[in-house]
Design a protein around this ligand. Structure first.
Ligand code: ADP
Length: 458
């Protein structure tokens, strides 16, 4: 099977990480929502049972017989309630006198217990051996119990009091402990709701995860695209560099091989052979030093090397240095500078290299009789250095590509003139390092203007 390569593999890994993170967040949020909804349902249920218990307690209080035991008086107070020991058929309605909502034995049950917690009466369908009332003196108690049919019930137990009016005239009625009232509310509806909500949460989360999976794949592609571009550029650069290195090396080997099989006959032939070897060696050396410089420019800047540098000084030095070559090429070289204190903060050697590359290109691509003008000016808090030539010019299409590494409009001409195809990429890298901008304006047959704008020091 074909190797997918490091970039698609990284994209897959990145998408998986995105999905895992989004998945955990989604699942956590889903569970949180589920918990909150269930909590709200539970609270509503408790409130309903509490209200019902309170209403029943208040209604029963004045009607309760004095003693908490299974008696006919008790049976008369709550019709439909079964006394302990009596058969207990399921009536159509229960305690309709006291609370309309407690009429459904499927949903509710009632139990009355004596002060010791012994069951004395109950509604049909109530758990026969449910726990005793667990209320403490401190207050009511909640519990979850299983009904006869296996249904769960939320059970609420409270103290029952009854009013006792003393025989003495004018005395206040006494509140006496009578026993316990237990009211159970079926949890069948709530359990069904929980089940429904649980599956709804799972379905939504799974669906959201599918969408998140697609989004993760798209996002990882988006995040990887600059890396992919850099990776492709690097691949292209490596193959171009290998190709550029191989050509002079192959030439060099060919010259050496030819001279080994057929040694030079005389001093002139030997001199020619050595000159050819030396020329190819020089080409290799230039290429390697340009590659090393580019690698250095791509790396972090050495802070120690940064200092204020005078652009006019650099321009004058380089003009002086190139004047001989310009004269040999019959190109007129001029400097136009009204400013003398254009200082930029940078690395001096790099700035020399920048101006030198632009000047060399201008002379290289300007035919004899042409002119190259180097000008300097201030623009706000930037220094602007311009190299203008009256040379061959650059087509608009090539203007987009001349800063690419190893790009040449005319490879044969560039190589003949000793160009490596890296000059302008070095210039662009230096400009970038100095937080500047570079632009080109050119017309085929009329010449080119390269303008570099760099922030001034201070
Ligand atoms: P080279 O070593 O080929 O000069 P550069 O990176 O310096 O490499 O330039 C890239 C290409 O841009 C050159 O091959 C040439 O085609 C074009 N170029 C650069 N400067 C000029 C100029 N002043 N006039 C015309 N063409 C130029």
């Amino acid at each position: 099977m074909a190797n997918p390569g490091p970039i698609p593999r990284s994209r897959l890994r990145l998408a998986a990480v995105y999905l895992a993170v989004i998945g955990v967040i989604l699942y956590g949020a889903g569970l949180g929502m589920f918990g909150l909804l269930m909590r709200a349902n539970w609270t509503a249920l408790e409130r309903e049972v509490e209200t019902l218990a309170g209403t029943l307690h208040d209604s029963l209080k004045p009607l309760l017989p004095e003693e908490a035991r299974p008696s006919t008086e008790l049976a008369a107070v709550l019709p439909g309630l079964c006394l302990v020991g009596d058969p207990c058929p399921s009536p159509p309605s229960l305690i309709s006198r006291h609370a309309v909502s407690v009429t459904d034995p499927e949903r509710f049950y009632l139990r009355l217990l004596d002060p010791r917690g012994v069951l004395i009466a109950h509604s049909p369908g109530s758990p026969s051996h449910s726990p005793r009332a667990k209320t403490e003196r401190s207050g009511p108690a909640w519990s979850v119990v299983s009904g006869p049919g296996g249904d769960r019930f939320l059970q609420y137990s409270i103290h029952l009091h009854h009013s006792h009016t003393p025989a003495r005239a004018g005395a206040n009625a006494l509140e006496l402990d009578w026993g316990y009232l237990q009211i159970g509310r079926s949890l069948r509806g709530l359990d069904a709701e929980r089940e429904r909500l649980w599956w709804a949460t799972q379905t939504i989360v799974v669906f959201a995860l599918l969408v998140a999976g697609l989004a993760s794949w798209w996002l990882s592609g988006l995040a990887m695209s600059p890396l992919l571009a850099a990776y492709r550029q690097q691949e292209q650069f490596t193959s171009d560099a290998a190709h550029e290195l191989r050509a002079p090396l192959a030439n060099l080997m060919a010259v050496v091989d030819a001279n080994r099989t057929q040694p030079p006959a005389d001093a002139v032939a030997r001199e020619q052979m050595l000159a050819a070897v030396y020329g190819q060696g020089q080409r290799l050396s230039r290429l390697i030093s340009d590659l090393l410089l580019l690698a250095r420019l791509d790396g972090p800047e050495a802070a120690a090397a940064v200092q204020p540098c005078s652009l006019p000084q650099i321009a004058r030095d380089l003009l002086e240095e190139t004047s001989e070559a310009a004269a040999a090429a019959q190109v007129q070289l001029r400097l136009l500078s009204g400013e003398d204190d254009l200082n930029v903060l940078g690395v001096e050697s790099e700035l020399y290299r920048l101006v030198s590359n632009l000047l060399q290109n201008a002379m290289q691509y300007t035919p004899p009789g042409g002119e190259v003008v180097l000008s300097l000016k201030r623009e706000g808090n930037h220094g602007v250095l311009q190299v203008e030539d009256s040379g061959i010019g650059i087509t608009p299409a090539d203007q987009q590509r001349i800063f690419d590494r190893f790009f040449r409009s005319d490879p044969g001409r560039s190589r003949r003139q000793g160009g490596t195809g890296l000059g302008l990429s070095i210039v662009a890298a230096i400009v970038r390092r100095h937080h500047g901008q570079i632009s080109v304006d050119s017309k085929v047959g009329s010449g080119s203007v390269f303008a570099v704008k760099i922030p001034l020091a201070g």
